[in-house]
Write a protein that binds this ligand. Structure first.
Ligand SMILES: Nc1ncnc2c1ncn2[C@@H]1O[C@H](COP(=O)(O)OP(=O)(O)OP(=O)(O)O)[C@@H](O)[C@H]1O
Length: 699
């Protein structure tokens, strides 16, 4: 680390967002030989320009008082040690440091311990608290730190190759090597994940009655695929529903159903997340789960985020039930959304209360206080990231409404007659494939079921990314015409409904309708967006489904769940505005039938093509989600609403620290299987209560 002599104070101006410090630099022999700083000096000294940039919450810290204080603290001719990450700049002898420490030295021989060629921490300096002061008090704190402060048992830290806590504090503040600093960092990341996992599992165990149940739950997490109820154990209704399906389930759909039904048969509320790539057939798996509880005399509720989806699922289910051979008690199904007329809505609520209706499909109106169930046993939450933790939890309160139920007591079979007061099972379905790391961080308390294959005969959607200039659009129109002439249907997806002055470069669905209708006069166009009324949206989708319209101009409202198997082409305008995972979701609206489908991502500029190219070569949603996680972080991958539920990790980064999260999950399981109530680990229990990570789970 060379020391610098401040040669000419500080020069800065409002128009530049950096400070330029001109320094005389004494170059050590070794460094000048290494060519790190070109030697054009005389007598070992040269002029170096150092551009210091300080950031504070994203704002460049260049306001006048700061500059003045820097000017006052550092005088010409002073010997200082400037430390931080150095970047060379284009012009010779100019360097830039964004985060730095400036330590004033007594004289040229005064080299502080932290500059003796070993890594050392850089603390942010705040008013009156200099890095030197912070270093000093932290060093004293560490000296006074007892050796045995680690609440995690030694065999656990040993088996996961972790530093003990005392060593980690030492290693992070006064590392002897970079390796030691890395190990210390790993230990703190581990702790962030570990206490979260421990708290979630601990809370779940607390909710269970017997040791056998608790052990069973921990076993399930350890070997999540072990438990399955095979077909002969399913209710007669479920088996008949399965038989009536117009297709056979894929292997992993069957496995998923078996796994879920195994849970449904147990007197412990299930909390399971069903994941799979777009179009893999999650809905039918959930329908089978509903049939299973209905087959034992209970009710099921199926909650979806939009009215469009509710109607789609409702009609889909009615169609499947119609195919079923006559049975004595065909399930009665109702649709309840915000637009259901009040008289009808009252009747539906009544029939749910009496138990006459066994399955209700609807939007969040299902969790309104007015809706009471006679014996709700299963709540399916589709596209669950659209609902908050609290909303999902509201189904649990339906338990109390079920208590008064006579029907439940009368119709429940022998094994379940004693437990009809239980909170309902929850089956959540995720639309976005979520990498396991993220799923663990978000839903550490949920069991995971994966559908890993797609229905047979599906062809990957051929994806193209092109620039949206005149030539590009000509190509798009040609492809559209070709698609339409061969009987296909086309979605055009726009980022906005109407053109705005602020963002004139964004193409808008409403304006598109005129130009596309004009261009494709032999075909009919429809429009679908979030500002339309419920019945208008439904009508637009129905017309597209029936083939009355062949081109549907839409916004992201069709992103999730919409299932029109013969739609075979999608064009996404201003595609760079969407995340990779979101584009994959959109693309999943085509390629759901047997027709070869294509998706064209139209980029506004050539420079944004690079990111879109990833989609050209990759069709696996889980893989893409991982890429998105790395490129844009969990916030963008999950969208605003869901990422609001990600706990904050001050040190860890979910996109790169996934392995440590897995280890932390395993360690938490190991600890809890030794002591369910943590009584054998009092220090750990105390630490857990102090950290209170559960508050992070709230909405
Ligand atoms: N085993 C199967 N064989 C053939 N077709 C199937 C099978 N399972 C489901 N399907 C059909 O595949 C289509 C997609 O299913 P579904 O809507 O359940 O997908 P999804 O997993 O919910 O996807 P997304 O998240 O994209 O909405 C539907 O038309 C459904 O009828």
């Amino acid at each position: 680390m060379p020391t610098y002599e401040i040669h000419r104070g500080i020069r800065a101006s409002y128009s530049f967002s950096f400070l330029e410090v001109v320094v005389g630099c004494e170059i050590a022999e070794r460094e000048s030989n290494s060519g790190c700083l070109a030697d054009n000096n005389t007598g070992g000294k040269k002029i170096v320009y150092l551009h210091l940039k300080k950031f504070f919450r994203g704002t460049r810290f260049t306001f006048q008082p700061f500059l003045r204080s820097l000017g006052a603290n550092h005088k010409e001719g002073e010997i200082v040690c400037v430390s931080g990450k150095v970047r060379t700049m284009q012009s010779e002898d100019h360097y830039e440091m964004r985060e730095y420490n400036i330590d004033v030295l007594q004289d040229e021989k005064d080299v502080p311990f932290y500059a003796k060629e070993r890594p050392y921490p850089i603390y942010p300096s705040k008013k009156g608290l200099t890095p030197t002061f912070l270093r000093d008090i932290i060093a004293r704190g560490i000296e006074a730190l007892p050796v045995n402060i680690d609440p995690i048992p030694e065999d656990i830290t040993q088996s996961f190759g972790l530093l003990r806590l005392h060593d980690a504090y030492n290693g992070i503040h006064q590392p002897k090597s970079i390796n030691e600093a890395d190990l210390a960092r790993k230990r703190f990341i581990f702790d962030e994940f570990f206490y979260l996992q421990l708290a979630r599992l601990f809370q779940m165990l607390e909710g269970l009655g017997t040791t056998i149940e608790k052990d069973g739950l921990l076993d399930k997490y350890r070997q999540p695929r072990l438990n399955a109820a095979y077909m002969k154990e399913w209710t007669c209704l479920t088996q008949k529903f399965l038989k009536a399906l117009p297709y056979s389930l894929t292997e992993s759909q069957m496995k998923a159903v078996a796994e879920i039904i195994w849970d449904l048969k147990r007197p412990i509320p299930m909390n399971r997340l069903l994941q799979g790539d777009v179009g893999c057939g999650k809905t039918v798996v959930a329908f089978l789960a509903c049939m299973e509880v209905i087959g034992t005399g209970y009710q099921a509720a199926f909650m979806v985020p939009t009215e469009l989806l509710a109607i789609q699922h409702y009609e889909h289910l009615l169609g499947l039930l119609e195919n079923m051979e006559e049975i004595e008690n065909k399930p009665s199904v109702a649709l309840l959304t915000g637009s259901t007329p009040s008289k009808q809505s009252r009747m539906i609520r009544q029939s749910l209360q009496t138990g006459e209706t066994s399955l209700v499909i609807g939007t969040h109106s299902l969790i309104s206080e007015k809706v009471e169930f006679s014996a709700l046993r299963l709540a399916v939450v589709d596209e669950q990231h659209r609902f908050g933790v609290v909303q999902r939890g509201k189904f649990s309160s339906k338990l109390f409404n079920s208590l008064s139920s006579k029907i439940a007591a009368e119709t429940a079979d022998a094994t379940s007659s004693g437990d009809f007061s239980m909170a309902p099972h929850v089956l959540a379905m995720s639309a976005t494939p979520i990498p396991r790391t993220l799923a663990l961080a978000l839903y550490g308390d949920m069991s995971l079921t994966h559908i890993t294959d797609c229905p047979p005969g599906r062809l990957p959607v051929k994806t193209y990314s092109i620039v949206g200039d005149d030539e590009g659009f000509e190509k798009v129109y040609e492809m559209m015409l070709d698609e339409l002439q061969t009987g296909g249907k086309v979605y055009l997806v726009y980022p906005v409904i109407e053109q705005s002055e602020q963002l004139p470069q964004l193409r808008a669905a409403s304006e598109g309708l005129q130009s596309i209708s004009y261009r494709f006069q032999d075909y009919n166009c429809g429009l679908l967006h979030g500002r339309m009324k419920g019945d208008e949206k439904e009508e637009a989708l129905r017309r597209f489904r029936n083939g009355d319209t062949q081109i549907l101009l839409s916004t992201q409202v069709i992103e999730v769940g919409v299932d029109i198997p013969d739609a075979s082409m999608m064009v996404v305008m201003n595609a760079e505005r969407f995340g990779i995972a979101q584009l994959h979701q959109l693309r999943g609206r085509v390629g759901r039938g047997m027709k070869k489908s294509r998706c064209i991502l139209v980029a506004s500029t050539a420079s944004s093509l690079g990111r879109l190219k990833v989609l050209e070569n990759m069709s696996d949603g889980f893989h893409l989600a991982k890429v998105d996680l790395l490129l844009r972080g969990p916030g963008d991958l999950l969208g605003k609403k869901q990422s609001g539920h990600i706990p904050e990790f001050p040190i860890a980064r979910l996109e790169v620290d996934g392995n440590i999260l897995e280890e932390a999950h395993l360690a938490a399981l190991k600890i809890l299987s030794i002591s369910h109530d943590l009584e054998k680990f009092p220090a750990l229990k105390m630490e857990l209560s102090m950290r209170q990570p559960l508050c992070l789970l709230g909405d």
